[in-house]
Design a protein around this ligand. Sequence first.
Ligand code: UT7
Length: 332
Amino acid sequence: MSIWIAGTGSATPSLSVPNSEMTKFGDTSDEWITTATGIKERRVLSQDETLQGLVDKAAERALEAAGVVPKEVDLCIVATIAGDTLVPSTSSNVKRALHMERAVNFDLNMACSGFMYALWTAQSLMLANNFATAVVIGAEQLSRMTDWGDRSTFVLFGDAAAGCVLKNDMAGSGVLDINAKRGIIASDIRSHYDDTLCLQVSGLTTPTPFVDGEDLPHVVKMNGRAVFKFATAIMQEHIESVTKKAGMTIDDIDYFIPHQANQRIVAHVAKVLGIPMEKMFLNVHKYGNTSAASVPLALDEFMRSGNARAGQNLLMVAFGGGLSSASCVVKV
Ligand code: UT7
């Protein structure tokens, strides 16, 4: 238990779009969206906002909560499929904006599971390299990658950035602090090839003098029902396996922080595993599915809520495109 969450932070666009506005873009209704997903509104980037602006703010807030100054950061990972620029990467941009001078940085793409993969990667790199401090962010602007003519997807997504600062109790000494009272206790990372959720890169289909091609729209295509089926089964598997790996039972978990894709998915898993819904932290009604930002956005809201207490066991679990899935148990 040597890598622990020292602070969390998030940032969302100022524009909130309620379900009633969604009816302008297609044949849908507040009633359908609420019943099918639990979503009531989502935040959407407007003209004068950028994803990078949200990433910079989320990182700044996490550093402030952790009491860490940017020049102390050794590692910065941003999980995203949607940075404003591919090169420099989103992590390079936040490193420059916040002056994290010595940080090693890179972006990671694992769709909605991206933050959880980044957390696991950061933990591994911190242990391998004796890094003391890392910033891990999940950020997505799916409103820019959504087919606003496809009602089966445009009602689901929102934009956000959120993340945390990790600290390493072992750094410097190289000795594991077995008395540490907090930290990431166990992780479970999986990938399962399946193309039920896809996003083509439009620029890569542009014709060249050597290759025929056509400009394809850069939008998410999803078989919702298939993803729903995968999500309910894999979340159940993860909760069972990662608690076991942590040497715990499901009852030892104080709160679950699940990927916020659909309230029905979470309710189904809770019912099957006998978990009271009060233990499932949900904010999907306010933000929709923010992909890689979803778990850290919920984590940040939970940590700043009246329910968070030192020593609690939290279980974070995500699933998404790839298909991919990941979970961890952390004592805060
Ligand atoms: O982050 C990971 C990625 N994604 C997910 O986790 C999504 C997982 N899947 C889901 O959350 C659900 O499958 C959805 C919310 C996407 C869809 O809910 P569903 O209950 O599986 O609906 P469905 O796709 O089976 O469609 C049922 C009906 C269809 O009409 P018919 O064929 O029964 O007449 C759809 O055309 O609902 C219709 N429909 C809509 N109606 C009103 C689909 N989207 C809408 C809409 N408004 N926005």
